[in-house]
Write a protein that binds this ligand. Structure first.
Ligand SMILES: C[C@](O)(C(=O)O)[C@H](CC(=O)O)C(=O)O
Length: 287
């Protein structure tokens, strides 16, 4: 996917079936399965390394297969959930799930969201072991899954250390990089320049630690992909909370959306078609 497009790939963050369906309805070149959103929506927990491989791969599989020939899915793989054996298993599960690309990072196992303070990273050799585990697993599977090496070392080790880590990951066969949590636009641009022509992905987290960079700006800087991790879950929170507040205070909800409209977003017509082409008559009288 990364290799064949000359424009930046824009991926809204999705975290469950409905948010992914809304991304499909809107039409994007790609989608991004956020680990923070997956953890919040599936486990009701904060992005602190609580979601494990089965939580993540099952969510990714559901999202990646909503539309068989839909846009490619980039999925969060956090730290890889263990040592090389578990990481190899993670790559296998993501590959089988139909995930097109994933990012793996250098935080310690007790990780936290990249836009929180107090992050710690593993030493560079352990990080490179993670990358090598991914590259060799993908080769054994004859998979063209795109491996995105992410570093969270900026807070604790500084910019130059991040570039060194990403260069090492690149040299070991990672296809793309993410320098997580850059603090200025200048730094975001410098990362692209220092690693060119190796492609970089920008993680745009509104109200996080990084400057807000638009799609146009990221493309002009030379980024090849941009993920908007919280583009789904933040507005979902706002909308649900205000509706629940209204229900609590006024006893009404006030949404103008019909149940059928939601089902239509979620493949109602396709389901009817599946029944009809199979000779079924379950929906002959309409829905
Ligand atoms: C990209 C990320 O890994 C995610 O899970 O979406 C998070 C986003 C976030 O929690 O702000 C991250 O940047 O660590």
């Amino acid at each position: 996917m990364v290799k064949h497009l000359d424009r930046i790939i824009v991926c809204p963050g999705v975290y469950d079936g409905l948010s992914a369906r809304i991304a499909l309805e809107t039409g994007f070149d790609g989608m991004y399965m956020t680990g923070a959103g997956t953890t919040a929506s599936r486990l009701g927990a904060a992005d602190l390394g609580i979601a494990q491989l089965s939580d993540m791969s099952s969510n990714a599989e559901m999202i990646a297969n909503l539309e068989p020939f839909g846009p490619p899915l980039i999925a969060d793989m956090d730290t890889g959930y263990g040592g090389p054996l578990i990481i190899a298993r993670a790559v296998q599960q993501y590959h089988r799930a139909g995930v097109a690309a994933f990012h793996i990072e250098d935080q310690i196992a007790q990780k936290r969201c990249g836009h929180l303070s107090g992050k710690e990273v593993v030493d560079v050799e352990t990080y490179i072991q993670r990358i090598k585990a991914c590259v060799s697993a993908a080769a054994r599977l004859r998979s063209d899954i795109v491996i995105i090496a992410r570093t969270d070392a900026l807070q604790s080790r500084g910019f130059d250390d991040c570039i060194t880590r990403l260069k090492r990951a690149r040299d070991e066969g990672a296809d793309m990089g993410i320098l997580e949590g850059v603090s200025t636009k200048e730094q975001a641009l410098q990362a692209v320049n220092e690693l060119a022509p190796w492609p970089l992905c920008y993680n745009s987290v509104e109200n996080g630690h990084s400057p807000l960079i638009s799609v146009g700006e990221a493309q002009a800087m030379g980024y090849r992909a941009i993920i908007f991790s919280f583009a789904g879950i933040s507005p979902a929170y706002t909308a649900i909370k205000s509706t629940f507040d209204r229900l609590k205070s006024e006893g009404v909800t006030g949404s103008g959306v019909t149940p059928k409209a939601i089902f239509q977003v979620c493949g109602l017509e396709e389901s009817i078609m599946v029944d009809t082409v199979s000779g079924g008559s379950a929906f002959a009288k309409g829905v």
